[in-house]
Design a protein around this ligand. Sequence first.
Ligand SMILES: Nc1ncnc2c1ncn2[C@@H]1O[C@H](COP(=O)(O)OP(=O)(O)OP(=O)(O)O)[C@@H](O)[C@H]1O
Ligand SMILES: [Mg+2]
Length: 374
Amino acid sequence: MNEDILLEVKNLRTYFYLDEGVVKAVDGASFSVQRGKTLAVVGESGCGKSITARSILQIVSRPGKIVDGEILFHRYTSDASGGSRVETFNITDHKPNSPEMRMFRGKDVAMIFQEPMASLSPVHTIGNQVMENFRHHFKTSKQEAREVTIEMLRKVGIAKPEERFDTYPHQLSGGMRQRAMIAMALICQPSLLIADEPTTALDVTTQAQILELMTQLQKELDMAIVVITHDLGVVAEIADDVAVMYLGEVVERAPVDELFHNPKHPYTQGLMSSIPKIEGQTRERLETIPGSVPHPYNRPTGCRFNPRCRARIENKLAICKHHEPQLLPVSNEHEVRCWLYHKPTGVDYQAISNAELLPDEAAASIAATSNVTK
Ligand SMILES: Nc1ncnc2c1ncn2[C@@H]1O[C@H](COP(=O)(O)OP(=O)(O)OP(=O)(O)O)[C@@H](O)[C@H]1O
Ligand SMILES: [Mg+2]
């Protein structure tokens, strides 16, 4: 196994069973996170980013549950001789409220949310909340825990932490609350921090400060980060790798420079061209991806992006309507889920491309013979 990999999500499916039908919020997502590195997860609203994050911690609210896939966390543990070795914790093997999951949350993986007020208790002081998290995982005296907490509050840039220890969340500014959340998340020195839209609610200056704080603490603690964001500026600033999600699955994965310079999936290209640029004509209209994300109740067949895909229409790719492409490499470290780059073998691809509509029987025979290769 590759020792650099900390987290592997394989074919994850998390569904919500509602009276109206099944919402397939996450439906076959696969990606991995490297030790000490930052993975950005991007995609339009509703594509399953937060539910993926919640699945990793098994905090999906009812009636949602993980129905398939594996989430493997490769953590270091000390062995009998005092050395350390890698142990694989299979998250999906444990019940959400099991003692193993309760120890795992906060200690191995911590999460921060977009809105700090949603996860900070309004009736407890900042200091007590950070300290309780520490005492939940480590047996220490109250005095020692208090000292560690004050040190952590100082580290996240809260001035006069001895005094701020006793303040309540509502007495702090948005930026300070987010710092307190980061202190609470990092007090047990987790090896992975999941940050779900950590700076969306903040003004631009505070946003920059929080991102800087996260990357500085990442270096100090040698921690990996999964950052979920709509903001490609944030991605460019802090990510090493990027996973692009669409309708519950990952459609493209690459190192950040590769993704920005050489986006392959028409969806990723659409996201990129909707970023405002400073150069160029000021009157130019921003491009947007046509249509909107379909509700996960009634997902399109074939490639999930096909109804909105310009490349499908321009190239008359009928295969996109009938067959779901797989996430496959286009080069070293770059994977994409799109028929523009992968051909089913044993089939005259050109003939398919030229056919406006493929009859269902022909589609079925392609499905039977298709053994997808690069
Ligand atoms: N509690 C729930 N009950 C039913 N459906 C849900 C629930 N929570 C999320 N979903 C659905 O699951 C899908 C994925 O939601 P998710 O919150 O992961 O999206 P997201 O990518 O994080 O979007 P955003 O960028 O808006 O935060 C959405 O279609 C959403 O409506
Ligand atoms: Mg979300």
